[in-house]
Every structure is written in C-alpha cells, then in structure tokens.
Design a protein around this ligand. Structure first.
Ligand code: ZN
Length: 350
C-alpha cells in the first residue's frame, strides 16, 4: 500500500517537472529552427560569382538525358574531358534520348558487339572513355571527334591522309568506302535516303549535325552579361529588411527607374517567360538562360516580349513601372539558380 502511494507521487512529480520544462524545450526547438534558417540564408549569400560556370546552354534534351548530368560530369572528369559535359549530353541525346540500359550506345566500342552493356552507368563510363580517346586523337576538333564517335577512330586517320579536317564530303566518302568493304556482312543497312543516294551506309553521315542540334541551340550563350538599366541606383538590397515595422526577407534587388519611361534590358541571352498580372510581382518577365539560371524583372508598366521569345543580351524586354505590390516605380530584379533566389549584387558583382 505504502509502496503504491509513493509510486504515484513520483509519477506526479515527474509530470510537473516535464510541464515546467515544456516552454523551455519549445523555445530551444524554435531557436534551433531559426538558426538553421539563418544558416541557409548565409550560405546563399556566400555565393561566389567568379566561380560560377554558366555552362553552354544545352536545350532540347530529354528528362532522361538531363537526369544523367551528374553521372556524366563524374565520368567526364575521370576520363579527362571535364569541359565537354554539354557536348556529351547532346551526343547521348542523339544516341538514345537517354533511354534504355546502354544510353551512350557504347557496347560496340567496348566489346565489339551490340547489346553487351546492360547497365547505364557502365555505358556512360565506357562511352565517355571512348569519346575522350577520339577527342584527344582529333586534337579536340569537335566535328571530327563527333563523327569519329560514330564511325570509329579510323575516320581520324582517313581525314588526316586527305583534307586534314572534317568535311561532310569526307564523311560521305569514308562511309561509302567502308560500306563497300563491309556490305557483304549484312550488318549495315541504309537508314537515311541521302545515304542511299551516296551508297554511304556505314554509320551516319549526318551524325555531326544530328548531335549539334542538341548543342548551343540558343545561340552563343557565353555567360557574359549587361546591366538591366542604363543607370543603376540601388534602393533596396537583398536580404533581411523591415516593412511597416515587420521583419521581411527581400529576395531580390530594387533599382530606381522612371515609371513608363525607363527601358529594362535582358542581362543575358535567354528565352522569355511572360505571365499575366501577378499580385505581388505585377507585370514581370522571366528569362531562362540555361537549365539552372533565371533572371526575373518585376513591377513593369509594360512587357515588351512574348512567351517563348528568344532574346539577346541588351534587348529591351519591358518598361519600368509600379504594378503589383509596389509603392512606387522601381525594378525588382531576381536571380534564381536551381530554384533558389540569390543576391543579384553578389551574383553579378554590381
Ligand atoms: Zn523588390
């Protein structure tokens, strides 16, 4: 009996200690959450513009090919061609669209027969190893290396004995010669009508053009940029600020401009995304520069591009205004990388 009572007392006191500690536990928990959030913000702020590689702006790649980017990057580094990731992705797009277990179609170069590779990672490893070898033998000449990925490295010797560099005519002549040599095996069949006409049915004589349609599609995206306004005067910076006494996070940079007058220019080459009036951004234009990089220009009085327009660095895309959640004419500029807003000043160094 006594024993039982003391048990109850212990339990009750343990409960009251817990009740007493609860507010502290909650405070500690939320402080920790806040700290983690701050850490995230500061990590973004620490972004270094100089280290950022804009890439080559591939387009028309399938989701499957895009999904292999990190694996392709890894093996491109391993095989000594770290700068050719975008070209290799275009090549994979032509070979398979990224589908199947041998997306680089590297079975033939790896073991001499089709279908010996049934693991995408092995396909990428061996395909890039082979690409790196023709890339080196071709002295990094893109067209010659690409055609040799399709024809085999014998094409490089052939070209060097003749005109010295890739031409379509050399590809046709080489293909016709090899086809003449090998057609008795029955392994080669013409696919393209043009190839039938030339009796050039070994490999693909239009391989170079076929791959390059997936490369540099948006023109010469070189990562260079220009300022969005002729006169840059910052009225509000990126980061924490106070609006009407309340803390607020400003996810872009505000720049002074004259409503209805000042022209807003595209900072880099890109493709326009234009939306109807947005409650906070007003009339805005987003420019897609490559798969990761977006710049966004908000509160315009007028949008001067249409959805899908290809714009060039410096093109006028809109007129300054005060539409949406804005207290006066200004340009709100966002830089969005992989879906996250970064400080435009840090990113572009202005
Ligand atoms: Zn703003």
């Amino acid at each position: 009996m006594n024993n039982k009572t003391s048990k109850h007392v212990k339990k009750a006191s343990a409960l009251s200690v817990f009740a007493f500690l609860t507010p502290f536990i909650i405070i500690i928990f939320f402080s920790f959450l806040f700290f983690v959030m701050l850490l995230g913000i500061f990590t973004d702020d620490g972004f270094d513009n100089a280290d950022h590689d804009f890439g080559d702006g591939n387009s028309n790649l399938s989701d499957e090919v895009l999904g292999y980017r990190s694996l392709i990057t890894e093996y491109a580094e391993e095989h000594g061609v770290p700068d050719q990731v975008d070209l290799i992705m275009a090549l994979m797009m032509q070979e398979s669209g990224g589908k199947g277990n041998d997306p680089m179609q590297s079975s033939e170069s790896h073991c001499g027969s089709v279908d010996c590779i049934d693991d995408p990672e092995l396909s990428i490893d061996k395909g890039i190893e082979y690409f790196a070898s023709v890339w080196e033998q071709a002295d990094e000449r893109m067209e010659l290396a690409l055609q040799s990925y399709n024809f085999g490295s014998g094409f490089i010797d052939y070209v060097e004995e003749n005109e010295g560099d890739y031409t379509l005519q050399q590809a046709i002549d080489f293909s016709a010669e090899k086809y003449e040599e090998l057609k008795h095996t029955g392994d080669y069949g013409c696919v393209r009508p043009d190839a039938i006409m030339h009796d050039a049915c070994y490999g693909d004589i239009y391989y170079v053009d076929a791959v390059l349609q997936y490369y540099h599609e948006d023109g010469e995206f070189d990562g260079t940029f220009t300022m969005p306004l002729d006169t840059m005067y910052i009225t509000s910076t990126f980061g924490e600020r106070t609006i009407n006494g309340k803390p607020d996070f400003h996810n872009g940079t505000d720049l002074r401009c004259k409503g209805g007058i000042t022209e807003i220019k595209a900072m880099m080459d890109g493709e326009a995304r234009v939306a109807p009036l947005h409650s906070s951004l007003g009339y805005y234009v987003s420019l897609l520069h490559n798969e990761e990089v977006i710049t966004r220009y908000a509160h315009m009085s007028e949008q001067l591009v249409r959805n899908g327009d290809k714009v060039k660095k410096g093109d006028v895309i809109g007129i300054c205004g005060s539409t949406g959640n804005s207290t006066g004419p200004h340009l709100h500029l966002d830089v969005i990388i992989d879906g996250e807003n970064l400080d435009p000043q840090t990113y572009f160094g202005f």
